[in-house]
Design a protein around this ligand. Sequence first.
Ligand code: FUB
Length: 325
Amino acid sequence: MPDQPLVTHLYTADPSAHVFDGRVYVYPSHDRETPIADNDNGDQYDMVDYHVLSLEVIGGPVTDHGVALALEDVPWASKQLWAPDAATKDGLYYLYFPARDKDGIFRIGVAVSSSPEGPFVAEPEPIAGSYSIDPCSFVDDDGQAYLYFGGIWGGQLQCWQSGTFDPAGKEPSGNVPALLPRVAKLSEDMRSFSSEVLPLSLLDTDSADSKLLGADDHDRRFFEAAWMHKYNGVYYFSYSTGDTHYLVYATGDNPLGPFTYRGRILEPVLGWTTHHSIVEFNGKWYLFHHDASLSGGKNHLRCVKAGKIFIDTAEQQRIRPETQR
Ligand code: FUB
């Protein structure tokens, strides 16, 4: 896969790529220098705005459309504009983004624009019922939109096990299921949840006695970076395993799950985090992801890259890099 950053004039991460009007738009986090030391809470990811990138051809010139949304223009947020995503419906574009609210609790907000490159105007409050980080918006062929989200450790998903925020919440360990990502249906106007927030089941095998992935299964359990795509009627839910640094995926036949673990998409990259999106453009499939190569390995100063992948229909629709075709 090509190993060049899409842009080098900004640090970028967490790329959510979409094709809108025949052009690829990438919605990344915008990393910045900070004196904050690395910690497991992710305080060093101290971002204050978003830029939208776009490309006519993957591998061709990249346009930086400038600041699409700034922290100071989000009335409810206090800090940390983390991994965003975008969707379109009925001629409007929606940017979904996590940030800490004024109490330090991660919530998910939505901002609206008439153009895919923004600027976006934030709704005055976060989405009611939202929590944690890394929203992924997915609009199915029938027009129903879904929001997937969640992330553990700094992303606070472990604080929501009882349904209300418990700052002392811990990731489970031992012979119990791992924490699950969350999903909710989005309303017609894309600005609120139209269903309750549900856990998205991730099963370990196809067998009749399959179990939820276990809490100690750090090579496979969900950590953060939810992404959904659909191919040949199959739903692919992919995510990062966090402290084991893999991008992995699971498949299912319903956007609300259950999903069954299938395998790895990407081995660990330079830098602690790994985060991605998968998109079809002009009949080819691409993996967008990040690493920390542009900063020589600083975890919080990352760069977005794109590479071709293919879905191996001969082998359980497995996702592979183009080089293994
Ligand atoms: O960019 C900040 C956080 O790092 C994201 O929300 C996570 O997915 C990880 O990439």
